[in-house]
Design a protein around this ligand. Structure first.
Ligand code: PRT
Ligand code: ZN
Length: 225
């Protein structure tokens, strides 16, 4: 039986957001033991359970009300929202705040010798991406017809492998594009990690705990600036 009185927070189990998410929660005074391979970690000093999952699952867990709070990249959140809207749903959640880590941009990139003159150049080309809805929203603004090649990893090798003409992928330093003979041609979305809360009213105890955590997070982030 699930204990509904404890605040449930979802964070990425292992990946680029894990360490910073863990650090943020720890700096807020939550004592958590995360060094096992466990899906759930229980805070020792507060009524909080930490759910550690793939980042892609976090927006859905919050939107579906399975967890109370999630730490997630805005890119993954926005893609999930657009995907659900495309299916006729109206996904609801509360944006608590943007965080100060996980910064990256979703960009279009093309082979170095591609003569890029604007989004219209992409008409009728095939674009490899993990973010088909964010890509579609961007290119629809320019009435560009395009085909997608959906990949969940190794997007940057798609042009060389003959799977796509260009790519739409996350970039931070640009080193991956460079190493794969690609150049960034358009930034379509800028992202950071963020904190979201499920829609609806929580118990007053839970809401008071969230409010306390938000005050502490504000302090932690301000101290780092
Ligand atoms: O296993 P799980 O599904 O949980 O993790 P994942 O492999 O899907 O995601 P992960 O851990 O790679 O990234 C989690 C989140 O971190 C992303 O959704 C972004 O919000 C954020 N983030 C920040 C990044 C990057 N920077 C980033 N550079 N996510 C991915 N990258 C990748 C990018 O896809 C490309 O392969 O890094 C490469 C580019 O980096 P540069 O520095 O060479 O430009
Ligand atoms: Zn993922």
């Amino acid at each position: 039986m699930l204990d509904n009185s404890r605040l449930r927070i979802a964070m990425q189990k292992s990946g680029r957001l894990s360490e910073d998410s863990k650090k943020l929660l720890t700096q807020c005074g939550i004592k958590i033991n995360l060094h096992e391979q466990r899906l759930i970690a229980f805070a020792e000093n507060m009524p909080i359970d930490i759910l550690r999952v793939r980042d892609d699952d976090i927006p859905g867990l919050v939107i579906d009300g399975v967890v109370d709070i999630g730490i997630i990249g805005e890119n993954v959140l926005e893609e999930e929202v657009l995907s659900r809207q495309a299916e006729g749903q109206q996904p609801q959640f509360k944006m608590l705040r943007r965080l100060d880590f996980g910064g990256c941009r979703l960009s279009l990139a093309a082979p170095r010798d591609f003569d890029y003159q604007g989004p219209q150049c992409l008409d009728n080309l095939r674009v490899a991406t993990t973010y088909p809805h964010l890509l579609k929203r961007y290119l629809n603004q320019y009435n560009v017809n395009f085909k997608t090649c959906l990949l969940n990893g190794s997007v940057e090798v798609a042009p060389r492998a003959g799977l796509a003409d260009v790519i739409c992928d996350l970039v931070s330093s640009g080193a991956t594009l460079e190493a794969n003979g690609l150049k960034e041609i358009e930034v379509i979305y800028r992202s950071k990690a963020c904190l979201i809360q499920r829609d609806g009213t929580l118990s007053s105890d839970k809401q008071a705990l969230i409010d306390k955590l938000m005050t502490r997070i504000q302090g932690v982030i301000q101290a780092r600036e």
